[in-house]
Design a protein around this ligand. Sequence first.
Ligand code: ACO
Length: 428
Amino acid sequence: MSQFAELKYGDKIYQLPVLVGSENEVALDISKLRDDTGLITLDIGYKNTGATKSAITFIDGETGILRYRGYPIEQLAEHSNFMEVSYLLIYGELPTESQLEAFTNSITRRTLVHENIKKFLDAYPSDVHPMGVLLAVVSSLSSFYPNSLNPNRKPEEVDRTIHRLIAKTATIAAWTYKKSMGHPYMYPNNKLDYVSNFLNMMFGMRTEDYQTDPVVVDALNKLLILHADHEQNCSASTVRIVGSSKANIYSAVASGIAALWGPLHGGANQEVIEMLELIKADGGNTKKYIEKAKDKNDNFRLMGFGHRVYKNFDPRAKIIKTACDSVLNKLGIHDEVLDIAKELEEAALNDPYFIERKLYPNVDFYSGIIYRAIGIPTNMFTVMFALGRLPGWIAQWKEMRESNEPIGRPRQLYVGEPLRDYVSIAKR
Ligand code: ACO
């Protein structure tokens, strides 16, 4: 049954279709609004605007639900691994054994990067932020694979580019770390699975000697899965809008990396640890920082708290909190910063300011603690997030292209000066 909402504007009544999604979410279809009424909608920050129809990820922020292609995040984090989840996000279904093998092999075979990329990395100062390097190097992959510039490629060629992107981003990410440490770059080892290979490129000095810890591999798989997609967030929307101009996928994904870098998005995981370190250096007085976060005249925010969509709890935070405890226990790490995190969490969860505004710890509150425990430096945290989010960006880009979405082009409400005449500089 079709549903409509009525809009009364001037002396006319307009009927706007109401669309219902597969989880009974409802949307007002305003695609003909401007043509019919001359009006545009104004929704700064897109808090109420659906930019697309998507079949990739479902989130219910009120009840804390996150599903990829219908599968609950809890089940995927418990039973799957990052390669399988990547396949699921990109191709829409869980793979059969042979599909997963072909996908994994295709990625494994492509993990080497062009030797000239090393020259590119060498040119950066040693204290460069690895996100800046990742962003630039991923974007420049289009120069090494110029056929990616053709927007009308065959599906198998697009697949090859997608596999190449997943494979090489892991190598580039690990090499940005090696660059920052001044260590020699570790080449990929095709005998290892994706996560072990990444850890080996990060921490292995000689492939034969380095042994990955299964607890660490498991925790990293979970972290990558939890970060793999989150529907139309800032970076995914950026990837879709850049891709909508038919820019190549490397550039579209690089723009997603740029969006993710910001402290209100993926950069929050770095900010969380920096905030906890600051509190520790200041004597560990968590109450003082809770008060600062509540003070409207103070710019301080509790990093890792609050979420645009989750207004009850972040289901990813729940899973990662458990993984965090088991990694720290297994590795026998006692971290003072974690004690501060726990104190802060408890104080905030019992404070009326945070309760009224529905501010809960988000995934980034705990992910940094795990990264830190497994030896990943703070400025690499957002790179780790980007590595996890990659299949999500690719799935969003692919869906947008396959649905033939038009170029993204929002409107605006102009509030500047009305028409005025140019005045020569001598008369101003
Ligand atoms: N600390 C203190 N107060 C906060 C916080 C916080 N972390 N987050 C929100 N608030 C307050 C705001 O001041 C506002 O209060 P008011 O109603 O009295 O003005 C109210 O809560 C609503 O906040 P908004 O900023 O309007 O919420 P929005 O949905 O726009 O922002 C965001 C969400 C950006 C995540 C915000 O909560 C925030 O800045 N959090 C800290 C950064 C962070 O952890 N980001 C990671 C997000 S998860 C991810 O990207 C994977």
